[in-house]
Ligand binder design. Structure first.
Ligand code: NDP
Length: 264
């Protein structure tokens, strides 16, 4: 369940959440709305699930809109950000959540350029340039919100080799460095930049491995806490960072995976 709002009337500014129509992104939208953010829900698909997310935000009493955008389409950012700012106001929090995983079926030596480029264009290139576009606007804000942050979801696989997910691991490791580079550039501007590395979370992204991994998880393999994470586990971490509860943190990496990174 979402945590209660930190303020009586909210008013923490505007959060833009990519990949917000379902999964972890939807939980983030709901949690940040409960903490007083107005929410721009951005996703590549415009369907009923996006409208459901928007409705959840409205029920939390916050302003919201849905905008269809493929984050690998760098030429679409200007119109997207104009629409968000025009309807909701200046962006105080960017959550880079959208991402894809393409399993490597077979050998890493057979990975095609087409598959690699598709994955990199969304997970790394698109996220990098959207961050750049939002950061430029945050820096230019004449009356900046007290709290401004950029939070990027990478993965435990940003630091763990996986034979089934080679290009995905490469994209998330690159994104981790991008997050730290932006943190360095933006620290003096008062904009905090964080990275969250989820472990195994129950969403459509992991549906195809759920049955195979679950006995291992229950036995303490993969995850020392012996359970799957829920999208809300990640959303609560995002909310902690977005609301400024960690004001002296930037460029830091937060693992939220039940101890997956310390698994022996
Ligand atoms: P889901 O596939 O459930 O949700 C991802 C969302 O991002 C979907 O709504 C998807 O749209 C959207 N999206 C995909 N590509 C684009 C694009 N080009 N532009 C805009 N939106 C896009 O995944 P999760 O919620 O599980 O994952 C969220 C993030 O967390 C991802 O970055 C993922 O890599 C990361 N992560 C997830 C883990 C897990 O165990 N689930 C573990 C570690 C990291 P559509 O439905 O059309 O594809």
């Amino acid at each position: 369940m979402p945590l209660p709002s930190d303020t009586a009337s909210g008013g923490r500014g505007v959060a833009l959440v990519t990949g917000g129509r379902r999964g972890i992104g939807r939980a983030i939208c709901r949690e940040l709305a409960a903490r007083g953010f107005d929410i721009a829900v951005v996703d590549v698909v415009d369907d009923d699930s996006g409208r459901e997310t928007v409705e959840m935000v409205r029920q939390a009493g916050r302003k919201t809109l849905f905008r269809q955008c493929d984050i690998s389409d760098t030429g679409s950012y200007s119109a997207l950000l104009d629409q968000v700012e025009g309807n909701l106001g200046a962006i105080s929090c960017l959550v880079n959540n959208a991402g894809i995983q393409v399993p490597v079926r077979g050998d890493l030596l057979d990975v095609s350029e087409e598959m690699f480029d598709h994955l990199i264009n969304i997970n790394l290139r698109g996220t990098f340039f959207l961050t750049q576009a939002v950061a430029r606007r945050m820096v230019a804000q004449t009356a900046p919100a007290a709290e401004r942050s950029i939070i990027t979801i990478t993965s435990a696989n940003a630091g763990l080799v996986s034979p089934e997910k080679g290009p995905y691991c490469v994209s998330k490791a690159g994104l981790s460095m991008a997050s730290q580079q932006f943190a360095l550039r933006l620290a003096a501007e008062g904009i905090r930049v964080h990275e969250i590395r989820p472990g195994l979370i129950r969403t459509s992204m992991t549906a195809d491995v759920y049955d195979r991994y679950s006995p291992l998880v229950a036995a303490g393999g993969i995850c020392p806490m012996r359970r799957w994470g829920e999208p809300e586990d990640i959303a609560r971490g995002i909310a902690t960072l977005a609301t400024g509860a960690m004001p002296f943190s930037t460029g830091d990496i937060y693992n939220i995976g039940g101890g997956m990174q310390i698994h022996q």
